[in-house]
Design a protein around this ligand. Sequence first.
Ligand code: G6P
Length: 608
Amino acid sequence: MCGIVGYTGHRAAAPLIMDGLKRLEYRGYDSAGLAVVLDGRLEIDKAAGKLAVLASRLPTDGHTGTLALGHTRWATHGAPNDVNAHPHTDTDGTIAVVHNGIIENAAALRAWLSERGCRFRSETDTEVLAHLISELYTDSLEAAVAEALRRVEGTYGLGVISTHEPNTLVAARLGSPLLLALGDGENFIASDAAAVVEHTRSVVYLDDGEVAVLTPDNYHIVDLDKTRVEKTVSVVDWDLETIERGGHAHFMIKEILEQPEAITNTMRGRLLEEEGTARLGGIDMTDEQLLEIDRVVLTACGTSWHAALIGEYMLEELARIPAEVEYASEFRYREPLVDSRTLVIGLSQSGETADTLAALREAKKRGARTLGIVNSVGSTIAREVDGGTYIHAGPEIGVASTKAFTCQVVALALLTLRLGRLRTMSLLQGRKMVKALRRLPQQVRQVLGHSKEIEKLADTYALAQNALFLGRGYNFPVALEGALKLKEISYIHAEGYPAAEMKHGPIALIDEMMPVICVAPSDAVYQKIVSNVQEVKARRARIFAVVTEGEEEITSLADQTVTIPKTIDCLTPVLSVIPLQLLAYHVAVRRGCDVDQPRNLAKSVTVE
Ligand code: G6P
């Protein structure tokens, strides 16, 4: 997501920070900034857009200060503009802060700090930290940061510098990665080793709840209770390219493995367990307005369209609102029937897909209220819709979408909760759904634990010419998504079908050469899909099934199975899609395909 680089030493810091930030560009960002301590002042330069824009704003003779912090921001709170870019400072410009993560109690802290006379300039949660640290500063930056963090709820990877201590760099971590890099007469902090590895390979990885204090020749680490922590120094021996992918061979597998964290971020601060509902401030609609809606249309392309299908099932079953899904490219040209009581929801990872954008514009023109379920903050769709929900999945770089899909499904579950609880969903049902959502990240982790088994399977599937994916109910869209993943990156022809509909055509294709992948968790339609799997088995197909732990019937029919933990029906897609993502990935690797940039495909399709 965002990137952090900090430096304290004997060299001019600005160029080192800019080089470091460049190394983090692959993570995706939408604005950048730099703070340098120079002659007792903080020089701050910030710019929306790419690093080149920031570079063009720096003085041509460079900053000569030897203490600095830099940041690339991928917007979460507030649009990606100059003001919201990091670093943020306190009112008097004595403290500068860069931050990755989300401060959940930012609103309460902001109110408290404003009452004490702090002047806020940005919409970010991060600015709260700069003011808070400044308020608590007496004679030690280390103590002020530790005290501030005791009052903060949320997650952070944090870098702080101050004019009061012109050699000191303070860093802290809770849930967002940060490391110290130790040089000769100079030390760095970075959110990722890629930013510093050209200067030193000796690093100390911070753990959650630790605060580090660095000067050019020394460093020490304490916990929030000020107790010293001794850490081992590790040596980074990866090449740069591998580091940027966090040690993984491809972005796609990195992103598949990031799903527990990404889903946690989608839900952060939004689940209301007591009330059995979800808080979605961004949709910007009152209960009355939400109750006026008599129909929902979900529109999207590609993987986002598959997530929309799951949303349709959820909204109809659990919120009892008529819902339908439209390919954005079709919707935009077919004189759609929508009015002010229709809620048109556009789903898009990039927020820039031309057809989805056009479909939303068309809906708006016809008087519908529009919402976006989007990953990229500040993207065109996010800006143009009447309201929306960011999924906060973090940058997705692999062309084949993975973590955005599961996060979109989670966001749709939150919306279903919000709309359902206003209508027919009982408090008990709502609470049950909130509990099931809370368990999801850990359950996703469990499914990811099967990666090695699936990797072994890939040897067989890599030889296939075709594959058929079957599912029913909530898992029919998962079958579509599994097929899409496989064809996108391995170029194996694959089709997804509703398991029962298979009898009306595709069954003609089935023989021992046709692998059939059955997505069959224990849910309301489980017994129905058992019969479909028998039909497939009778035609001698090789069957790989995704089933719920403890299930026996399909396991005894299938050649291979992978299990997922039990959850409520509407959330099974979040778990059942993961083995299919892993299968597609490992098959594509076996076939020697360009996994992250498959032929003919683009990550963001901004043309019709
Ligand atoms: C492209 C990508 C797909 C993506 C689709 C929709 O085709 O290759 O992975 O699902 O666009 O993108 P969006 O950014 O709108 O979700």
